[in-house]
Design a protein around this ligand. Structure first.
Ligand code: GLN
Length: 311
């Protein structure tokens, strides 16, 4: 795969030179401190190779990419009962929208908007021990990426909690409707801490490998979730992983992917690769601008689209 090595390097070089980089998230004050100049890309292929370029080993705040791993944890613990609390339809709205929740009786559209993710966090949190939820996600991420040092960035977690009034509003509203069953404070603590987990593109690409491989982590041979669950999570990533830009992302890239406002995106080419990209500047919908551009180039050059008959 010499071509892939060249391609990854060429994409990173082009992105490094780009002057249109989007805007770094500022509504969580701690995230605003990150420079918009970063760009990192790692492709972990099904045959066990890794292709990296740019800031591949710099840690960043994974933010909403954590919603993916929280869902994996919730499905492993509760199976299909998860779907009593959260739906499986794209919302067509902003990630932190409140309006749809009231119109639809408190049940969030999908697990990747904030309301849905908070409902999932509730499912994995022991109400009497708020540290359990984020702890479970950390354990999973460390195991999948082989990096025992992955941790929560305390300053980001604090910044989220101090400014997370919209998320608190969503949580209390869902509690009033019986969608949350635990203690709101414990559930929010899980949510804020999972969003504040810091990881590099290299570790994130490794952590996503089970999703290109039918639910089995190729590094350890361990089954993380069933093949059906992996397929379904990929479907949700494709339809809901980029909020109100999910259709556009499917149109441009054509791969299941989950973004976060830290500027990271984890994308899955089933049977082929797990790809992590990071560039902190965002589009108006809160998705990495250059991350999306890089994935579009990579997917087109490699023919990696789930809509490609040869994938
Ligand atoms: N922690 C962020 C929030 O709750 C996550 C949002 C995101 O990454 N889209 O607003």
């Amino acid at each position: 795969m010499a071509d892939l090595a060249r391609l990854v390097a060429a994409i990173a070089a082009r992105m490094a030179a780009s002057t249109e980089r989007g805007r770094v998230a500022s509504y969580i004050p701690e995230l605003a401190k990150v420079s918009g100049d970063h760009f990192g890309l790692v492709v972990a292929t099904a045959d066990g190779q890794e292709f990296a370029a740019g800031d591949a080993d710099t840690e960043f705040s994974i933010q909403s990419i954590s919603k993916l791993f929280a869902l994996v944890e919730a499905l492993a613990q509760h199976g299909d009962a998860v779907w009593r609390r959260v739906g499986r339809e794209p919302s067509g709205g902003a990630f932190n929208s409140i309006v749809q929740l009231e119109a639809e009786g408190g049940k969030p559209r999908n697990p990747f908007i904030n309301a849905g993710a908070i409902a999932v966090s509730d499912l994995i949190t022991d109400p009497d021990d708020p540290r359990t939820g984020a702890g479970r996600i950390l354990r999973l991420l460390r195991e999948l990426s082989g990096a025992p040092t992955i941790a929560v960035d305390g300053a980001v977690a604090y910044s989220e909690a101090a400014t997370g009034h919209r998320n608190a509003a969503l949580a209390h509203f869902m509690k009033a409707h019986g969608i949350l069953t635990g203690k709101v404070e414990a559930t929010l603590s899980t949510y804020f801490h999972q969003c504040a987990i810091a990881m590099s593109c290299r570790h994130l690409a490794r952590a996503g490998r089970f999703l290109m491989n039918g639910g089995i982590d190729p590094a350890s041979g361990q089954r993380i979730i069933s093949a059906e669950q992996a397929r379904r999570i990929n479907a949700l990533m494709l339809t809901c992983g980029h909020y109100d830009a999910s259709g556009e992302f499917a149109f441009l890239v054509g791969l299941p992917a989950k973004s976060g406002v830290g500027g990271g995106i984890l994308a899955i080419a089933p049977g082929r690769a797990s790809i992590a990209v990071w560039s902190p500047g965002l589009s108006p919908q809160g998705n990495s601008l250059l991350g999306t551009a890089a994935l579009e180039e990579l997917a087109n050059a490699m023919g990696w689209s789930v809509f490609n008959p040869e994938l």
